[in-house]
Write a protein that binds this ligand. Structure first.
Ligand SMILES: NC(=O)C1=CN([C@@H]2O[C@H](COP(=O)(O)OP(=O)(O)OC[C@H]3O[C@@H](n4cnc5c(N)ncnc54)[C@H](OP(=O)(O)O)[C@@H]3O)[C@@H](O)[C@H]2O)[C@@H](O)CC1
Ligand SMILES: Nc1ncnc2c1ncn2[C@@H]1O[C@H](COP(=O)(O)OP(=O)(O)O)[C@@H](O)[C@H]1O
Ligand SMILES: [K+]
Length: 537
């Protein structure tokens, strides 16, 4: 796993390194060398343009320029000011040193001059704005960024693509779209989420010092990026000695006359993820439709109200069914009513492994008056509980219905309010988004996200079905529930990639993802067992 640090904690590591005898100047030199090294490793780099800003990110750029020059590369540094005019001491010193060594600066070029220069560059080193960037990009960098993105040269961003917030993952109107980002000391959340996924290219972490590894861990990472090898313990062990019930039995409670499909997809996804026996309990008026779609899955009709929404009268039947299975999913397409709130509440009180998704979460929000963290007794139970909210659902759970989290870090923080108030290891929250965080009381995990093809109606229902299936098969029980949740997200993402490959990235529908769950699970499993031998999707 790779640690991910909030920007303020990266600064703490920097301070801790200086206490251990590695000065900021030394760090800047190592950062610049690392960037130069990665640039040369790209191959075919004879002409490099280095665009520098006026802070320490610019300082890294001047060091990189001097290092590239020393390696015989034809380097030009584009700067808004003459080296002597740079106000920051460190950045000024490295700029003066580079010029003294023979690096030639181009000060404040016109757009035409810059475009001409970039047209002959093999690579551009983007050292305009780093972690000190805030607000919208001001001149001249907004124009420089436009020119970089329009040029055909490969762009290597130092620390963070200029214009991206390394904390929130939000890009300003002007933002470098890099081929590679060489980031210093550790991963930062904004590189991995939202706009960050579009603009970073491949990410290389430059630790800069031997001591960094332990200092980063001590700085309390906001999350950990998982590697496939981390999943070894949560992949169900292969055995022939099973029957359809011991392979994991699942009950899905959901659906409504308005949304019958969500529960049907969840049930089907649960079966495709490997559960041996799946049952769907759904309102009576849609049971026949559901059964027609699910030949292998028994459908139990439940009492409903006049709108075709599950009523509380079905509670005893649901609880009886729940007692007979390994895990339950509640919520898919269920709608919010007095009846569905009563069902969700009854299932949470029952000691069965449980996944709550979609309207099940909205029922939970209603049950706790939008303040789930204030009611830890609701989530404290003896059996595992996995909540799978997207950002709006998460907002409703923590009293932020009108202002749901709009970054990965905010979503992680909201999820932590719930898991920390609960305090136990039987609760995991899967905070879904273009990058998903799986949050438990001890740590937050970031599985590799799937493609944007997953941004399609119903793909969350598919994930919920996969999640309950993994729970039913015993992954995560008695072990690490958060890691199991991350594993399921990883398979879901991989299935999205496979579906996109087969059908085209814009064409994928949630049912297509269901069809390839098995192939995705096998492929992820192979990667985990034999990391070197399998091609990525
Ligand atoms: N942490 C570490 O261990 C290490 C960190 N290192 C490096 O330091 C970098 C952080 O350096 P930093 O703090 O000097 O900030 P940086 O990103 O250069 O930006 C500040 C400059 O940008 C300007 N500026 C801001 N917003 C702007 C806007 N919207 N539009 C235009 N301009 C804007 C701002 O101007 P001001 O707002 O002050 O007027 C100021 O001039 C970090 O990313 C990494 O590369 C490595 O050297 C070694 C190890
Ligand atoms: N841009 C994206 N890139 C990768 N995955 C995405 C993206 N957008 C959504 N997803 C994933 O797709 C799923 C959508 O879930 P959800 O919002 O609950 O959809 P629905 O309610 O339609 O089923 C989540 O697993 C989410 O992580
Ligand atoms: K940069």
């Amino acid at each position: 796993m790779q640690p991910v640090l909030n920007i303020e904690d990266v600064k703490c590591v920097e301070v801790a390194l200086t206490r251990e005898g590695v000065s900021v100047s030394e760090l800047m030199h190592r950062a610049g060398y690392a960037a130069a090294q990665e640039t040369i490793a790209l191959g075919d780099v004879e002409n490099v343009v280095v665009l520098v800003g006026l802070g320490n990110n610019g300082g890294d750029g001047w060091v990189a320029a001097e290092a590239l020059f020393a390696r015989g590369v034809n380097v030009k540094v584009v700067t808004p000011l003459e080296p002597d005019q740079i106000s920051g001491d460190l950045a000024r010193q490295v700029a003066q040193s580079a010029v003294k060594a023979g690096v030639s600066p181009l000060v404040g070029p016109s757009r035409d001059e810059l475009e001409d220069l970039l047209s002959t560059a093999d690579a551009v080193l983007d050292c305009m704005l780093g972690t000190g960037f805030h607000g919208e990009v001001r001149a001249p960098f907004d124009i420089w960024i436009e020119c970089v993105n329009a040029s055909g040269a490969r762009a290597i961003s130092v620390d963070v693509p200029s214009g991206l917030s390394a904390q929130t993952g939000r890009a300003a109107q002007a933002c470098v779209v890099a081929d590679m980002t060489v980031t210093m000391l550790s991963l930062k959340p904004g590189l991995l989420a939202d706009d960050g996924r579009d603009v970073c290219g491949s990410i290389v972490v430059a630790p800069l010092a031997e001591q960094t590894e332990h200092l980063v861990v001590e700085a309390d990472p906001v999350a950990w990026r998982t590697d496939l090898s981390d999943y070894l313990d949560v992949i169900p062990a292969p055995t022939q000695a099973v029957d359809k019930f011991t392979r994991g039995s699942v009950l899905v409670v959901g659906g409504s006359r308005r949304f019958p499909g969500a529960a049907i997809m969840a049930a089907r996804a649960a079966a495709r993820m490997g559960a041996g026996y799946v049952t769907l309990a759904t309102p009576a008026s849609v049971a026949a439709i559901a059964q027609a779609h699910l030949l292998e899955i028994p459908v139990v009709p439940l009492p409903e109200d006049a709108d075709g929404v599950l009523s509380a009268d079905g509670k005893d039947v649901v609880l009886k069914l729940a007692r007979g299975v390994s895990a339950v999913l509640v919520g898919s397409g269920m709608r919010i009513s007095g009846g569905t709130v009563a069902l969700v509440s009854a299932l949470i009180e029952q000691d069965v492994p449980l996944v709550v998704d979609a309207d099940g979460l909205n029922c939970l929000a209603r049950l706790t008056d939008g303040a789930l963290p204030d009611f830890p007794e609701v989530t404290r139970r003896n059996a595992p509980l996995v909540l799978t909210p997207h950002r709006r659902e998460l907002g409703r759970l923590v009293g932020q219905a009108k202002t749901p989290p709009d970054s990965l870090v905010d979503a992680l923080e909201d999820a932590r309010k719930i898991v920390w108030s609960d305090g136990g290891s039987n609760l995991a929250i899967v905070a879904k988004g273009s990058a998903t965080g799986c949050v438990g009381v001890d740590q937050a995990l970031l599985p590799k996200p799937g493609p944007c093809a997953l941004a399609t109606a119903g793909s969350g229902d598919v994930l919920a079905g996969m999640m309950v299936s993994a729970l039913a098969q015993g992954s995560g029980q008695g072990g690490d529930l958060t890691l199991m949740a991350a594993y399921v997200c990883e398979v879901h993402g991989y299935a999205g990639s496979l579906a996109a490959e087969r059908l085209g990235s814009r064409a994928v529908m949630a049912t297509d993802v269901i069809d390839v769950i098995g192939l995705a699970a096998d492929a992820v499993g192979e990667h985990v067992m034999f990391p070197e031998g399998v091609e990525e999707a």
